[in-house]
Design a protein around this ligand. Structure first.
Ligand SMILES: [Zn+2]
Length: 281
């Protein structure tokens, strides 16, 4: 599933592709991809003729500000779910399978939402005070957009008896982290995934609040992680590079690159977690 670094990579590429372009028309080929709307016309018709003003990201969501007038009046929200991709094509390319929503843009280009497993979705929303979709106001602190607020958000972990990994996955405290980057962040911070939040010392909370943005921005610099299933692709269809830097996630049975002990994989709460028992306490 794409997480913050993959969506931030997508946001940057889409800014280049979309800014000041006009959406000429929208074709929905699969109703489930716009399931927040009762009819697909409710999604496609308001977008026709809109100009793209800005592409925002909050956590794992994209919020594209569009409108007909001098300023934006509508947010086009996209969530990639398990396997969603937004790809750029020319009018003359043949499209991949599972191309569920087509946006015809000025300049003879197409933006296409591709989603084999159909857990992703797009919907229209009103603009909130931040210029992003109002519905994204429920999300917690974004570690890259709001770095000054991370320490305060992480402090909330210390009042919970829930395991630290599940607190990192709670999108209402800090948003954008999923299973893969949670394991990488906890490895770098030297903290076991199942430690209750309340057991973390002040200095561990400090380390964690610095590790979260550090790991995520390093992953953005390498354009995200593409795993073996290659489901994550950028706008141009290329894979990311951060999977080569993974120290824990996906490395079950391999030697820890810090201490040489074997990386373990543990199932808990319906997810697997990868860790080194000697480096993480
Ligand atoms: Zn180790």
């Amino acid at each position: 599933m794409p997480e913050l670094p993959e969506i931030e990579t997508l946001r940057r590429d889409l800014s280049d592709l979309l800014l000041a372009r006009t959406i000429k028309s929208v074709t929905v080929r699969h109703q489930r991809s716009v399931r927040a709307h009762a009819f697909s016309d409710e999604f496609s018709e308001p977008l026709a003729g809109c100009v793209v003003y800005e592409v925002f990201r909050k956590g794992k969501f994209l919020s594209i500000a569009v409108g007909h007038g001098a300023s934006p009046d509508l947010a086009l929200v996209a969530h990639m779910g398990m396997s969603g991709q937004i790809r750029s094509f020319s009018m003359y390319d043949s499209l991949p399978k599972h191309a569920h929503i087509w946006f015809e843009l000025s300049g003879d280009s197409l933006m296409v939402f591709v989603d084999p497993r159909t857990f992703g979705q797009m919907y229209l929303d009103e603009l909130g005070s931040s210029g992003m979709a109002a519905s994204l106001g429920r999300l917690g602190v974004d570690p890259l957009n709001e770095p000054g607020l991370v320490r305060q958000a992480v402090k909330r972990f210390s009042s919970s008896s829930v395991g630290i990994k599940w607190l990192l996955l709670d999108q209402t405290i800090v948003c954008g982290i999923g299973n893969m980057y949670a394991d990488e962040i906890l490895f770098h911070a030297g903290i076991r995934f199942d430690r209750p939040g309340s057991s973390l010392s002040e200095s561990e909370l400090d380390v964690l609040s610095k590790t979260i943005p550090a790991v995520l921005s390093e992953a953005v610099a390498l354009r995200g992680s593409s795993l073996k299933d290659l489901q994550y692709r950028d706008v141009h269809g290329a894979i990311g590079g951060y999977q080569k830097m993974h120290l824990a996630y996906g490395r079950e049975g391999m030697d820890c690159l810090r201490c040489g002990q074997k990386i373990e994989r543990v199932f808990a709460n319906g997810r697997s977690s990868y860790l080194c028992r000697s480096c993480q306490r």
